[in-house]
Write a protein that binds this ligand. Structure first.
Ligand code: NAD
Length: 417
């Protein structure tokens, strides 16, 4: 927002994050973020604070707090509710609160009614966020589309005009902007994630079939992906999805559908989730098989811990999950990730973490590549062969050059190939 020319007050309840940000340090790994942050601070257009009172006088108040999975699978809205309660006293008539968090359908109407009751003339709108971790800066500056969920009438029209000013740069570049009612805007976000999760589990289900019949799911994906109605994106078989969004979003969506009495409509998402989780179990079983049925006393090099490359996010990461399970089963796990060692160590201090891929690989009885970082794609299999105790590799993301690894003497096992 500051890069786009707006004056920004950024509030978080976590003082450590605010301190880091104010010092120009990004609190997580995201390509391009340190540069944008430095630029914004130098421009004097952004300040970081834990004091909610500092937002008073802002025309637009974005709400982007977390909506993690609660104990029943439903979204836990306590952060959204707490942030709204803390913000409301500093909102004035004519101002807008703009929700960005991914919330259960119906949340915006509830929050909007509460806001209007507390501050007549203030308006709540929902503007779901579609950024992808690893591409967050690019996706924020030039997104695929904007979705504005607004109330009917004059307040809604003013909200559209105000958001158009906020996003003037991207709109001038032709970014599509879709205006709709509040529940539709909330549904757009959650249904987009449900679709993406379904697409990934679809190809992983094909991988399961391919493994049984000796087919190659990569060739299959290439072939069906040429059909423009299907498309090749999100058809890479592997360990499935993880992170802070897709897993919790499909569970929250099912929980909300159940509450609304239309649980059957989303019953398929339980299969999407189960197919996804089976991939992790499959790799653990494959590791056991390749190590002759015994994990105790074996050294396993795990390359990749983040839920996807170009991120240090290990929330619900398939890679970290597999590393932890192998450790539980008695293997000595030597794990390495270019960015996610610090975040992984916080969740699983019991694992052994290496500072380089070479260190993790040295003496390994089995190599698992679990996150498709470029660094791992570029590994020289001949050099790896000279480090490991036994040349066996599981390519959990189908990201390695299978022929090159086999030529270097490796037993190579991919996903669905
Ligand atoms: N991470 C993504 O790629 C992504 C993409 C699109 C949408 N979303 C959605 O955006 C939301 C945030 O996701 P995230 O990954 O950034 O979560 P996060 O947990 O990493 O960050 C949330 C932040 O909100 C702060 N916070 C909590 N309560 C607060 C309060 N009362 N006042 C001020 N700050 C408060 C937390 O300290 C934390 O820094 C979620 O609803 C998520 O589903 C995330």
């Amino acid at each position: 927002m500051a890069k786009l020319g707006h004056d920004v007050v950024a509030v978080d309840v976590d003082p450590a994050k605010i301190e880091q940000l104010a010092a120009g340090e990004a609190p997580f790994f995201e390509p391009g973020l340190p540069e944008v942050l430095g630029e914004a601070l130098a421009s004097g257009r952004i300040r970081f604070t834990t004091e909610m009172a500092d937002v008073a006088g802002s025309q637009v108040h974005f709400l982007a707090v977390g909506t993690p999975q609660g104990p029943t699978g439903a979204a836990d809205l306590r952060y959204v509710d707490a942030a709204m309660a803390a913000l409301t006293p500093y909102v004035s008539a004519g101002e807008f609160v703009v929700g960005k968090s991914t919330v259960p359908v119906g949340t915006a109407a509830r929050l909007g009614a509460d806001l209007s009751a507390a501050v007549p003339g203030a308006t709540l709108v929902w503007n779901p966020e579609f950024l992808r971790e690893g591409f967050a800066v690019q996706d924020t500056i030039s997104p695929d589309r904007f979705v504005y969920g607004v109330p009917e009438g004059a307040d809604g029209e003013r909200a559209v005009a105000t958001l158009d000013e906020v996003y003037a740069t991207a709109l001038a570049d032709g970014t599509p902007r879709l205006v709709m009612d509040l529940p539709t805007a909330e549904l757009v976000k959650i249904s987009a994630n449900a679709f993406l999760a379904t697409k990934i589990s679809f190809i992983n289900a094909m991988a399961e079939i391919a493994e049984v019949v000796g087919a190659d799911v990569t060739a299959l994906a290439d072939a069906i992906g040429h059909d423009a109605r299907i498309g090749r994106k999100f058809l890479n078989a592997g360990l499935g999805f993880g992170g802070g969004c897709l897993p919790k979003d499909i569970r929250a969506f099912q929980a909300r559908a159940d509450e609304l009495g239309v649980g059957e409509s989303l019953a398929f998402l339980a299969d999407v989730d189960a197919t996804n989780l089976r991939r992790r179990a499959h790799v653990v079983e494959l590791a056991e098989e390749l190590l002759g049925g015994v994990l105790a006393g074996k050294r396993v090099a795990v390359l990749g811990l983040a839920f996807k490359p170009n991120s240090d996010d290990v929330r619900d990461s398939p890679a970290l999950d597999i590393a932890a399970r192998l450790h539980e089963l008695g293997a000595t796990v030597a794990a390495y990730d270019p960015e996610a060692v610090v975040t992984a160590r916080r969740l699983h201090p019991e694992l052994e973490y290496a500072e380089t891929a070479e260190e993790a690989l040295t003496g390994a009885d089995l190599v698992l590549v679990l996150t498709e970082w470029d660094e791992f794609r570029r590994l020289d299999p001949g050099a790896v062969a000279s480090l490991v105790a036994s040349p066996v590799v599981v390519d959990g993301r189908n990201c390695l050059d299978r022929d090159a690894w086999r030529a270097a003497g490796f037993t190579h096992r991919g996903m669905g190939r």
